[in-house]
Design a protein around this ligand. Structure first.
Ligand code: OFO
Length: 160
């Protein structure tokens, strides 16, 4: 892979680490609101994001490229409601999806066939992730964040 693509892969690795930290912070916010099921869902997601970073790192190393982790930026969280916390996750996933599309286009422009399976995996993964978070946002809105509904979703996410 050429240097330009290597640099873009590096940026994506950094974003995945950022995403892991964001989910971890969202878990804290939910723990503080006494919603342990949702917090554990966020924690699990944080771990998944670390796996995404590793998947990209492994791809670069396998091809004798050098992944470089940049500065990880974790945005400060401002949310009044639980729905807003999940909307923050949804916006972050949408940004990641857009970045993956950018990586896809660049790899295609450069005819880098070997990165296709890895990038394709991320394209499918992003569809699933956006769908999962968007469904939670939708359900939170349906119950209007009222006690029984909120606790039910919390219990469901504890075992998700
Ligand atoms: Fe949840 O996103 Fe990584 O890729």
């Amino acid at each position: 892979m050429n240097e330009e693509l290597e640099v873009e892969f590096g940026k994506q690795i950094t974003r995945e680490f950022g995403s892991a930290m964001l989910y971890r912070q969202l878990a804290v916010e939910l723990e503080l609101r006494d919603l342990p099921g949702m917090a554990s869902w966020m924690r699990a997601h944080s771990t998944e994001e670390l796996g995404h970073a590793d998947r990209l790192i492994d791809h670069l190393v396998a091809r004798d490229n050098r992944p470089v982790i940049g500065d990880v930026v974790v945005p400060s969280i401002k949310a009044d409601t639980v729905t807003e916390l999940f909307e923050i996750a949804l916006d972050a996933e949408r940004e990641i999806s857009e970045a993956i599309r950018g990586l896809y286009r660049l790899a295609q422009e450069q005819g880098d066939i070997d990165s296709r399976p890895t990038i394709d995996w991320f394209v499918s993964e992003q569809i699933e992730e956006e769908d999962a978070v968007s469904e939670i946002v939708g359900r939170l809105k349906l119950v209007n964040e009222e006690g029984p509904g909120l606790l039910r979703i919390d219990a469901e996410l504890a075992s998700a």
